[in-house]
Write a protein that binds this ligand. Structure first.
Ligand code: PLP
Length: 388
């Protein structure tokens, strides 16, 4: 009888799958559903990236097995990108690992770096897929609670000293999914010191790194003095270049951690399709004007959504980056009961904060991934429920 695997039985339930199922069921009943629940970029991939991929497919070399660890031109482009955008120097061969999207790296890392029973720290609330790596690697999970009062940055001094002593790896994610919080250079400096003092590897997930609001560019963890001694940063082209379906990203930083992830990759994968790697080179080497337009679009949507929400008395937690709004639930509701109510009575899908961990209670996440008239309509439908 299958499945027998212990690992499989410990895998967490896919949170977004149940959200999609609920939304689909509502739509099937004939409702005009406004989906603010998922994090799927709605804009097309910029033309110049699509063209670069099309041209690359004409090259016979793309039809062959390619280097397992990624093409040298892409590793060079990733290093050049960090140098140009953040002033961070990286060796393309030893400090960059090419990945089929960042999720796979985030899931593989506990496997590559830890033994079963070792302890790792994850943020709560946090991106649910971090849990998959915990289950696959059979490691012990400890949560770092993020609070609005601390701008959703972990307070290292508040962690249980025994847990800190045991911890070998920690994940951070700024700009943050689901809260939109951004990290400061001081916080990263504190992180490097904490990691050094307690021998903890750091993985900072920079999936929304390009998406900073109010003219403020999120800093890279690797800009922090000493960061490369303790950790890596995960970069993806999914959000900044609307390439979520293409599956391309990379890890950058500490050479030992990069080597570990490359070793795991050698055994599990045979490279990303070379034409996609060539397209990623075009994206990273570009003048970044497509990214600037995208940031302006998300900023406009954030402002429009905030204005529509405030009009009905719904005050957002101020998001500094990403493409999410983090919204408190009204008195008398939980995150889940509020999300269910919005779907049931207003046909509006939002993600309950508890989908990102227990500390997400009291909030729902709104994705700013549709155009303005639909936000306003969503807020008008919500206004009719007289909740605020
Ligand atoms: N990290 C965070 C915080 C995300 O929100 C996402 C996608 O939603 C990812 C990583 C995964 O991105 P990728 O498409 O590179 O696998």
């Amino acid at each position: 009888k299958f499945p027998e695997s212990n690992v499989l039985q410990h895998l967490p339930k896919q949170f977004f799958a149940s959200l999609v199922a609920k939304a689909n069921a509502k739509a099937a009943s004939g409702a005009d559903v406004i989906n603010l629940g998922q994090g799927n970029p709605d804009q097309p991939t910029p033309d110049f990236i699509v063209k670069a991929m099309q041209e690359a497919t004409a090259n016979p070399a793309t039809h062959k097995y390619s280097q397992f660890r990624g093409m040298p031109n892409l590793k060079q482009a990733a290093a050049d990108f960090y140098q140009r955008e953040y002033g961070v120097t990286l060796d393309p061969e030893t400090e960059i690992a090419i990945l089929g999207g960042s999720k796979i790296g985030l899931v593989e890392l506990p496997f590559a770096l830890l033994n079963p029973g070792d302890t790792m720290l994850l943020p709560d609330p946090g991106y649910p897929d971090y849990m998959s790596g915990v289950a696959l690697a059979q490691v012990n999970l400890e949560l770092m609670t993020l609070k609005a009062a601390n701008q959703y940055l972990p307070k290292y001094a508040d962690l249980d000293p025994q847990v800190v002593e045991q911890a070998k790896l920690m994940y951070l994610n700024y700009p943050n999914n689901p809260t939109g919080a951004v990290a400061t250079p001081d916080f990263y400096a504190e992180t490097v010191k904490f990691a050094q003092d307690h021998h903890i590897g750091v993985v900072q997930d920079f999936a929304y790194g390009a998406l900073g609001f109010d003219g403020k560019r999120p800093v890279s963890f690797l800009q922090t003095p000493g960061a490369k001694n303790v950790g890596i940063e995960m970069y993806t082209l999914s959000k900044s270049f609307n390439m979520a379906g293409w599956r391309i990203g990379f890890a950058a930083g500490n050479a030992d951690m990069i080597e570990a992830i490359n070793l795991i990759q050698d055994h599990l994968f045979v490279s990303v399709f070379p034409a996609i790697q060539d397209a990623a080179v075009a994206a990273l080497n570009s003048d970044q004007s497509s990214v600037k337009s995208l940031v302006a679009l998300y900023q406009r949507r954030r402002d429009q959504f905030y204005a529509a929400a405030r009009k009905i008395g719904w005050e957002p937690y101020p998001s500094g980056g990403s493409f999410y709004a983090w919204m408190p639930v009204p008195a008398g509701y939980t995150a889940e009961s509020f999300a269910d109510l919005l779907l049931d009575k207003a046909a509006v899908v939002v993600a309950p904060g508890t989908g990102f961990g227990a500390a997400g209670e009291g909030y729902v996440r709104v994705g700013l991934l549709i155009d303005e008239p639909r936000f306003t309509e969503a807020c008008e439908r919500i206004a009719k429920l007289n909740l605020f």
